[in-house]
Design a protein. Structure first.
Length: 150
């Protein structure tokens, strides 16, 4: 039997490649908790987690090109890439690199899946301080726009 993290990781990479909101809904458990590097309190539930992840998809790629795919999802080409993965039975740590406005961003996504293969915990850590400040400013703007429906 395949470990939940192995199958879950494959699904997660598909979500990141295609940036599909529908696919994101499929991989998140209802009770998922999102822990942001810039927000003190954990964000609980699928709706808030999805909001934060969709905002991150728009901020972190350092996008250079956006196109709609035939499947209706958005494809962005940018600097974001995973550079290392450590995978256990229910957990994975994925180190990423990207660049935003000339600032190199290095971080990790720490993901935990349940027995059904759904993400139940998602924690993001970012370094260095200059990168955190840049991500904070851009995420705040993106989240505000998303909350207003823009």
């Amino acid at each position: 039997m395949e470990a939940p993290a192995v199958a879950g990781l494959e699904s997660w990479h598909c979500v990141v490649r295609n940036l599909s909101e529908a696919a994101l809904d499929e991989v998140l458990a209802d009770e998922v908790v999102f822990q942001s590097p810039i927000v003190h309190t954990p964000q609980k539930g699928r709706v808030l987690t999805k909001l934060y992840l969709m905002a991150a998809f728009n901020v972190l790629p350092g996008q250079t090109k956006i196109e709609q795919t035939s499947a209706g999802s958005t494809k962005r080409e940018g600097h974001f890439r995973y550079v290392r993965e450590v995978v256990g039975d229910y957990d994975a740590v994925l180190e990423f690199m990207t660049e935003i406005d000339g600032i190199e961003v290095n971080g990790v996504d720490m993901i935990r899946w349940n027995g059904e293969g759904k993400i139940i915990d998602f924690k993001v850590m970012i370094r260095p301080l200059k990168a955190i400040q840049k991500v904070h400013a851009q995420m705040a703007t993106m989240l505000e726009g998303m909350k207003k429906g823009g």
